[in-house]
Design a binder for this molecule. Structure first.
Ligand code: SAM
Length: 235
């Protein structure tokens, strides 16, 4: 895993210390081990995991204007992707890894303890509920989400967390620009403007488009709607 990861990161123009590579390697070992008893991921083979979990999670770091500071929330983090690799490479970022499934968060808590990571915590909640919590709403500089929902739904989950001037980054595939077009109305209602960019992932077989949703105005208090509604009736 370590050797593959080093190659992918170099291709992406990212650098990691020996310690950070070691932390991602340990995280990978723990993922494979836990996956024997809890279904966390279908991706466990070393090269695949290095590319699809670790290098891919770090894609926003290749953006020239990504600032590795402030507060970041990972909406629908699952087993900690992209939250854990971002925290490992950007220790100064304060991270909240949120998911509706507790068993996945228990794994992240174990990784946090094992690696001694600071400034990262898990949050067990549905995005539609947490987005109404005044302690969380409009308090994040960055929100990220990978493989959670189509963009018109996802923006309603994520945008309420972002402060005006902050940005939501959605990890999408080749269909990213089309999703961004479909989500344009929803993005506007939630106080954002959306752009898309294709970024390097370390291997041409993995095409990664990032939808960059800049928050230019506060999200109206009507959003997010009640749990389940964004999915049933996307904006
Ligand atoms: N982001 C991770 C990754 O890329 O490996 C996990 C992706 S997994 C396919 C989708 C995750 O989103 C699940 O763990 C699910 O529980 C979570 N999720 C879906 N809808 C959610 C919601 N409304 N609020 C919180 N979590 C949600």
């Amino acid at each position: 895993m370590r050797e593959y990861l080093e190659v992918f990161l170099e291709k992406m123009g990212l650098s990691a210390t020996e310690r950070q590579i070691g932390q991602m390697q340990r995280c990978y070992e723990m993922l494979v081990e836990r996956n024997r008893s809890v279904n966390l991921t279908a991706v466990t083979e070393a090269r695949d995991a290095a590319l699809k979990h670790f290098a891919d999670s770090l894609a926003p770091l290749t953006l020239p204007d990504f600032t590795p500071t402030g507060k970041l929330i990972d909406v629908g983090t699952g087993a900690g992707f992209p939250a854990l690799p971002i925290k490992i490479l950007c220790p100064a970022v304060e991270v909240v890894a949120m998911d509706a499934q507790r068993k996945k968060l228990a794994f992240i808590d174990d990784v946090i303890a094992e690696l001694g990571l600071e400034g990262i915590r898990t949050l067990h909640a549905r995005a539609e509920d947490a987005g109404r919590d005044p302690l969380l709403r409009e308090t994040f500089d960055h929100a990220v989400a990978r493989a959670v929902a189509p963009l018109p739904i996802l923006v309603e989950y994520a945008m309420p967390f972002v402060r005006t001037g902050g940005r939501f980054i959605a990890y999408k595939g080749p269909g990213g620009p089309a999703e961004a077009e479909a989500a344009a109305g929803a993005v506007r209602k939630l106080g954002g403007v959306c752009d898309t960019v294709f970024v390097k992932t370390g291997d041409e077989t993995l095409e990664r488009c990032l939808c960059l949703v800049k928050k230019i105005a506060p999200t109206p208090s009507a959003y997010p709607r009640k749990a389940g509604i964004p999915e049933k009736k996307p904006l």
